[in-house]
Structures are given as C-alpha cells and as structure tokens.
Unconditional design. Structure first.
Length: 263
C-alpha cells in the first residue's frame, strides 16, 4: 500500500530544498534544483485515471493531430499531482491511438500548463512545470517513446504565467518566460538542424524596478528577421515591448507601451 500523506510530505520537502538551493551558487544550484524537480515519482503506478483540464491539441506538419492531457493516477485518488499523457491520430482526420504516459515526472503544483510543439526535425517536444521549474522531454529519434525528462532552465513564477514558444520562418523555435533579478525575461533558442536548445539568455531589466512581467502577450518576427515582444505586467494593466537589436545576438531596451498593441 502506498502511504499518500507521507509521499506528499516528502515531495513537498524535496521541492522546498530544491527551491532553496536554486539561488545559492550560480549555475550549480540552478542545475541541482532542476534535476531534483524533474525527477520521476517512483511511487506512481502509471495507470491513467481521472483527467485534469482540457486536452492540448497540436497539429503536425502532415496534418495529423496529437493530444496531450493531464491525468491523475488510477486507482483514485492516485498521485497527489497529475502526469502528462499523449495520443496521436493514425492519419489526418482519423482515429486516435492509445494514450501513453509521456513522463513519470509529476506536473504542478500551482501551475499546470502543458506546452507541446513539433520541432523542425519532426519530433514532438513537451514542456511542463514540476515542483518549481519547467521540465522538458522530446520524442526519441527513429523509435517510439520519449527521452529523459530534464530541467529546461526557465523557471517563471507560477503567478507570472508559463513558457511561450514561437516558431520562426525557418522553423527555429524560441522559448520565452518571465524572470527576475537582472533580467525581466529569459529566452532560449533551438537549432533547427540539431534540435538542441541553446543557453538561457536575458533580455535585460525593465526601467521600472518595481515592475514584473507575465508571459509574452505576442511574439512577432519582423521582415528583417528580428523578433518583437509585447508583454503585460503580471499585476498591472500596463504593457512593455522589446525588439531584437540583432537577431539571435542582443535586444534593445524595454519600452513602455500605451496599450496591448503598443501603438
């Protein structure tokens, strides 16, 4: 028999230790926090039970739709946190295959956003929050199943939204999430040829030291290839914009906007 209250307490203690370690040593502490938070729940039986939230549909380039859904373990009440499951159409407009669990890493608490996308190599990637950080996994190359779940390096506050993905004209993927400290927002970019994500980069601080950002309201690509962001403050009806100074190199300073259109 699994002792749910004890396991819940231990998971919570792990999360607290991981969060506390995050800011102790630059780089090393963050890596330890991500590794701990993205660990599998060894006590979860992995039986699909009660669904949580709505399915997240993703349309592939070949027209097939894949769905991602949170499910609690069965028998109830199952794990105290849900897990990501996945199923895919066998052909465009056709029936879906069986559900499979993407990862044994639990999702939540406080934020339960699941983001999925097909990368330039034709593999699905999934991002989800777990115990204070965002975790990432991708389909294995040439085989069924999913690769290991690892910390993604972006860790927005649950009250500031999640991670927003943007696909550039050449298929390159960019990830954006709110941050704190010397940067108001962090980003990572995936190499379309290899499927590997680059290092975390900051977009600089806001001119207002008392303001904080939510997730981007819009991401657009200008005709010359540079990216442009519009972001709402997380607790105020006020917007900021930032534009790349040079694509994939640096960003211009944040500017206050009159409205969400930054007119």
């Amino acid at each position: 028999m699994t002792h749910r209250p004890l396991r819940t307490l231990l998971c919570g203690l792990l999360a607290a230790v991981a969060l506390a370690a995050g800011g102790v040593v630059a780089g090393g502490g963050e890596a330890a926090r991500a590794a701990t938070a993205c660990a599998a729940d060894a006590a979860a039986p992995g039986h699909r039970g009660r669904p949580s939230g709505d399915p997240v549909p993703v349309r592939r380039a070949d027209g097939r739709v894949e769905q991602f859904q949170l499910f609690y373990d069965d028998p109830g009440p199952g794990s105290y946190l849900p897990f990501v499951w996945h199923r895919a159409q066998e052909e465009p407009g056709g029936a879906y295959g069986e559900w499979e669990r993407v990862s044994a890493t639990p999702v939540g608490p406080k934020l339960y956003q699941v983001t999925a996308v097909e990368n330039a190599l034709g593999r699905m990637e999934v991002l989800f929050p777990s115990l204070g950080v965002f975790c990432h996994t991708a389909e294995n190359a040439g085989t069924d199943g999913w690769g290991p779940t690892e910390g993604f390096g972006l860790a927005p506050s649950p009250y500031h939204g999640g991670i927003v993905l943007f696909r550039e004209a050449d298929g390159r993927l960019d990830a954006f999430a709110s941050a704190g400290g010397t940067d108001a927002m962090h980003t990572r970019t995936e190499d379309p040829a290899t499927g590997r994500w680059g290092p975390v980069a900051g977009l600089g601080a806001l001119p207002d030291p008392f303001a904080g950002l939510s997730q981007p309201s819009s991401v657009t690509q200008l005709p010359d290839g540079r990216l442009h962001l519009v972001v709402r403050e997380w607790n105020r009806d006020r917007f900021w914009q930032a534009t790349e100074r040079a694509h994939l190199e640096s960003w211009e300073p944040w500017q206050l906007c009159a409205d969400s259109g930054c007119a």
